[in-house]
Ligand binder design. Structure first.
Ligand SMILES: [Zn+2]
Ligand SMILES: [Zn+2]
Length: 311
């Protein structure tokens, strides 16, 4: 593969800052590129010169989770997961070698920096499918970063009315410009949700900014019988304090979603390739790979949605 673009995600930022330390690693798990050589055994319907999104995360395909189709929950021990052994994800490079099952052909009409968003889109497709959000449901998305925005867009595609909460006014406005019906500050959240939903609360809450307060607010904003889905990890790690009587009496379901399956990838790349989902407004900046340190600093500054490295 000749790589042309790769997004800077949270994992790469943590590696850069040193808060995640599973070195040695070649990071960059959101790559897009061009096929330069195909092994003769590859049966994928693709040719040299084709443009692809790459599901670059390593999966063992042998553990129980992988065999049941839930490769996002892979527990396999393999090279790259053992301490001290090189973990090769490999998107921050000019060239890489990839298993054919990881390739998803994309049309030439889409820019590479947008194709690089296929991976975060696949993550959110997983979250949306896992929560089984239904037509006409009310949804709350806590956190309006890149992943929060993707939840807004995909929940709208699923026919939901979406409320967003974020402390940042510009992010709230961005969400309103791209499909959210209402955007609230964390201070306004619980009362605003009650008011908008006739006092009932929302059917689904996606917590994309995870901390104690957002966890608490999610449980308060969910309607009786609603679902709360924790998307993304809490840094630093934290504990939730939930009144078990509240869960008992309200039948609120607490759930999580992580990463993506091949089915999610197929859906994500079809949504992008067929023009059903426009994520171009979430690419804040691109940097040539020679200036990757600037890209990392920009991404870590918190002022951007996706920063993409190009080659
Ligand atoms: Zn990612
Ligand atoms: Zn596995």
């Amino acid at each position: 593969m000749r790589l042309r673009a790769c997004g800077v995600c949270t994992m790469e930022q943590r590696l850069w800052k040193g808060t995640q330390t599973n070195y040695p690693i070649i990071p960059g798990h959101e790559p897009a590129g061009i096929i330069t050589v195909l092994h003769p055994d590859v049966v994928l319907d693709a040719a040299v010169g084709d443009i692809v999104a790459i599901a670059s995360l390593n999966r063992c395909m042998q553990c129980e989770a992988c065999r049941s189709g839930r490769i996002n929950l892979c527990t396999g021990k393999f090279v790259g997961r053992e301490p001290g052994k090189l973990r090769r994800i490999g998107g921050f490079a000019e060239f890489t070698v990839v298993d054919a099952w990881k390739l998803f052909p994309m049309p030439g009409s889409l820019p590479f920096d947008v194709i690089a968003l296929a991976e975060p889109v696949a993550c959110v497709v997983h979250s949306i499918r896992h929560s089984e959000v239904q037509l006409g449901e009310d949804v709350l998305v806590i956190g309006a970063g890149t992943m929060g925005h993707l939840h807004v867009l995909l929940a709208r595609l699923r026919g939901a009315r979406v409320i967003v909460s974020d402390p940042d006014l510009a992010r709230r406005q961005h969400a309103l410009n791209h499909g959210a019906a209402l955007a609230l500050s964390p201070e306004e959240l619980v009362d605003g949700v009650r008011e908008t939903t006739g006092g009932h609360g929302v059917d689904v809450v996606y917590v994309t900014h995870v901390d104690q307060r957002s966890g608490q607010q999610a449980c308060e904003a969910a309607r009786r019988g609603g679902r709360v889905l924790f998307y993304g990890s809490a840094t630093p790690p934290t504990n939730l304090s939930v009144d078990p009587n509240h869960l008992h009496r309200s039948e609120i379901r607490l759930d999580g979603a992580v990463s993506h399956t091949l089915e999610d990838w197929l859906a994500a790349t079809r949504l992008l390739a067929r023009g059903l989902l426009d994520v171009s407004h979430l690419v804040s900046a691109t940097y040539p790979i020679d200036e990757i340190s600037l890209a990392m600093d920009h991404a870590i500054s918190g002022s951007a949605f996706r920063v993409v490295v190009t080659a």
